[in-house]
Design a protein around this ligand. Structure first.
Ligand code: GLP
Length: 241
């Protein structure tokens, strides 16, 4: 099936559409696959507002996040656990025991990846998966070259990723070297996927994702082989299509 690509004139329209898409899938028992990064912040803000207005309840929903930095505890302000707390969890009624993120502070990251893989299949597969995209085409922290059949694993972050994520840490060297991420097989097991991209820095990755033959060199290009994907873009991210 062809991927449904939608282009928006304003960031707010994109955020609202993404929030509506996810909200329509929120029901008791639903499993949501959640992502971090700057891109989905507006969507989370909209969802929090919908919850505040009494339009949605997350009661009975289970959330499973894509990834976490190795070496950061959930209290670390740049951990993805702290991100989720700040941008979504503190504002909505997902039960604390139903919020899942790899433990970046686990003494043995490989063992933690194995635990998270098992957990993924106990809870999942995911009903609705939210994805951003790296400027190198990564999804979650599946960097270029990751096999399409990969499962949850410890990854050494690409230089491009550490540079892209440096502002939050002060310098690329301060960005953790490793992360734990769901694999591409986990992401592809989701029933439905929404990919969000904003800004010119994502334009080339989006072009390759949607227009080139799927290749592990552009991890997001695997989405062409998924039956149910929607892609929301702003004008800048769509400019090379
Ligand atoms: C991160 C995350 C991805 C995210 C991507 C883009 O580091 N692991 O899940 O999609 O990089 O982030 P941003 O939305 O900030 O551009």
């Amino acid at each position: 099936m062809a991927i449904d690509v939608q282009i928006f004139e304003s960031e707010q329209e994109l955020d609202r559409k993404a929030a509506e898409w996810l909200a329509a899938r929120v029901r008791p028992g639903a499993v949501l696959g959640l992502a971090t990064g700057n891109t989905p912040i507006g969507m989370y803000r909209e969802l929090a507002a919908m919850h505040r207005r009494g339009q949605i309840s997350f009661a009975g929903v289970r959330a499973i996040n894509l990834d976490e930095y190795v070496g950061l505890s959930r209290e670390h302000p740049e951990s993805f656990a702290a991100f989720m707390e700040e941008h979504l969890f503190r504002w909505v009624d997902i039960a604390p025991e139903d919020r899942h993120i790899p433990n970046g502070a686990a003494p043995d990251p490989v063992q933690e990846a194995e635990r998270y893989e098992k957990l993924y299949w106990e809870i999942g597969p995911v009903d609705a998966q939210v994805l951003g995209i790296g400027s190198n085409g990564h999804i979650g922290f599946n960097e270029p070259g990751t096999p399409f059949d990969s499962v949850t694993h410890v990854v050494e972050l690409a230089e491009a990723t550490r540079i892209a994520n440096a502002p939050a840490f002060g310098s690329p060297e301060a960005v953790p070297r490793y992360a734990i991420t769901l694999g591409i097989r986990n992401i592809m097991a989701a029933r439905e996927i929404i990919l969000l991209a904003k800004g010119a820095s994502k334009a080339e990755a989006i072009r390759r994702t949607l227009k080139e033959t799927p290749t592990p060199e552009v991890p997001a290009s695997v989405l062409q082989t998924h039956p149910n994907v929607i892609v929301l873009l702003d004008r800048e991210a769509a400019k090379l299509l």
